[in-house]
Design a protein around this ligand. Structure first.
Ligand SMILES: Nc1ncnc2c1ncn2[C@@H]1O[C@H](COP(=O)(O)OP(=O)(O)OP(=O)(O)O)[C@@H](O)[C@H]1O
Length: 394
């Protein structure tokens, strides 16, 4: 039996499409990051203090998704560390993954080489251990908190407050924080003391334009694909599609990688525009699936109300339909105001379109239509919750 596994692996190794597929995966940090020279220089010029054995200022980095914030930060820190390994220790924590204050401090301790039980200690005890561990460390420490908005929105900024103050509890100032977020308004919701401390230096990552994305894809595809697999037309299409959103390099790379996987499945040895379009709808399907299947119950019910009714509905009509479904399912209803908010949320995440229309003497109302494939969303909703599925069977 194991020869079957070997055979499949062998075929993948012999891919006529990919030379190194992993070079296109989102976590891979490339050794070239075009159009980010300014940001690299800015981070290095702050971090240069490490060379003198001093603590660098905190840095706050923001920009939309896929603008290179994580890659550039990791690139600078790992390259600096290669050059001056004895001068500092660095810690990388993604707070969307390590999504409780406990996990963040536990991860911090683990990076410093301390073992921490998965749960069971109090947060105060964890801080105590962190302070102790930091005191015994002779090096400066740079801690990267990626996607910090996720943690602060879920809890509050207490953990950031404590971390920005931690130097005062040590034998000398040695901890610097690099905070990263893609929520541009995030800094405004922080406590002013955290805000001024975290934003000692602020660095903005602007979106890429289509030409920049083209160049980025060209560089990345040279090492990722076999020769002759992608041409300028395919790269141009991936860049144009990604630039239409907001210049997201991750999206451009995903399109190219998935197009390559589709071509490989078809047994082709070249990617064409057709595979890019197919990749686009595959990625969109995955996105819709992730978003819809994880919606809270009442948001799913509001969406179901729209799906089983007409193509276009006013918010009032959506509410009436929602109330009648909720009664059928014998669940308590939320207020009309909440349903309006849910409609706006579904609009923001691209599942619905809600636009204000003027209905003459009836005044203004919001007209709600579906922004994604009806058949797909119905299928996802029905599969994700049996109570919602029963709406269709009655
Ligand atoms: N200038 C660049 N050159 C090459 N690849 C890039 C460049 N900028 C970004 N990328 C690639 O795009 C993808 C997304 O980048 P990265 O994760 O750094 O973005 P981000 O701004 O941190 O996004 P998010 O806010 O969603 O975490 C990664 O695969 C990264 O390697």
């Amino acid at each position: 039996m194991s020869d079957i596994i070997d055979e499949v692996l062998e075929n993948i190794k012999k891919s006529s499409i990919f030379k190194n597929r992993e070079y296109l995966l989102p976590d891979y940090v490339p050794d070239q990051l075009p159009y980010r020279e300014r940001q690299i220089k800015e981070i290095v010029s702050v971090m240069v203090q490490l060379y003198k054995g001093e603590r660098p200022g905190n840095i706050f980095i923001y920009g939309l998704t896929g603008t290179g914030k994580t890659s550039v930060t990791k690139f600078v820190l790992s390259n600096l560390h290669k050059r001056i390994p004895d001068k500092f220790t660095y810690v990388y924590i993604n707070t969307r993954q390590s999504d409780t204050p406990y996990r963040v401090i536990a991860d911090f301790l683990e990076w410093l080489g301390d073992k921490v039980p998965f749960t069971g200690l109090s947060l105060a005890e964890l801080y105590r251990r962190l302070v102790k561990s930091l005191i015994s460390l002779s090096n400066n420490v740079v801690v990267v908190l990626d996607e910090i908005d996720a943690l602060v929105k879920k809890y509050d900024d207490d953990i950031l407050y404590r971390l920005t103050r931690i130097n005062s509890e040590l034998n000398r100032s040695k901890v610097s924080i690099i905070g990263i977020t893609n929520d541009i308004q995030f800094i405004d919701i922080l406590d002013p003391r955290v805000k001024s401390s975290l934003g000692e230096v602020e660095i903005v990552f602007p979106p890429y334009n289509a030409e920049e994305l083209t160049q980025i894809l060209k560089v990345r595809s040279l090492s990722a694909f076999q020769e002759g697999v992608v041409d300028d037309v395919v790269i141009g299409l991936c860049s144009a599609l990604a630039a239409r959103d907001h210049g997201d390099a991750r999206r451009a790379l995903d399109l190219l990688r998935v197009a390559g996987e589709i071509a490989e499945r078809k047994g082709k040895n070249k990617i064409s525009e057709e595979e890019v379009q197919e990749a686009r709808s595959e990625i969109e399907k995955d996105r819709v699936h992730e978003v819809v299947s994880t919606l809270p119950f009442h948001s799913k019910l509001v969406l179901a109300s729209i799906l089983i009714s007409s193509e276009k509905m006013s918010t009032g009509e959506v509410y009436n339909q929602y109330v009648s479904l909720a009664k059928k399912l014998k669940v308590e209803v939320v207020t009309q105001r909440r349903v309006s908010d849910i409609i706006n949320e579904l609009d923001m995440i691209g599942i619905l379109n809600a636009k204000v229309v003027n209905r003459g003497r009836y005044g203004k109302t919001k007209e709600v239509t579906l922004a994604v494939d009806k058949f797909l969303v119905t299928k996802i909703l029905r599969e994700s919750d049996p109570r919602i599925a029963s709406v269709w069977s009655r």
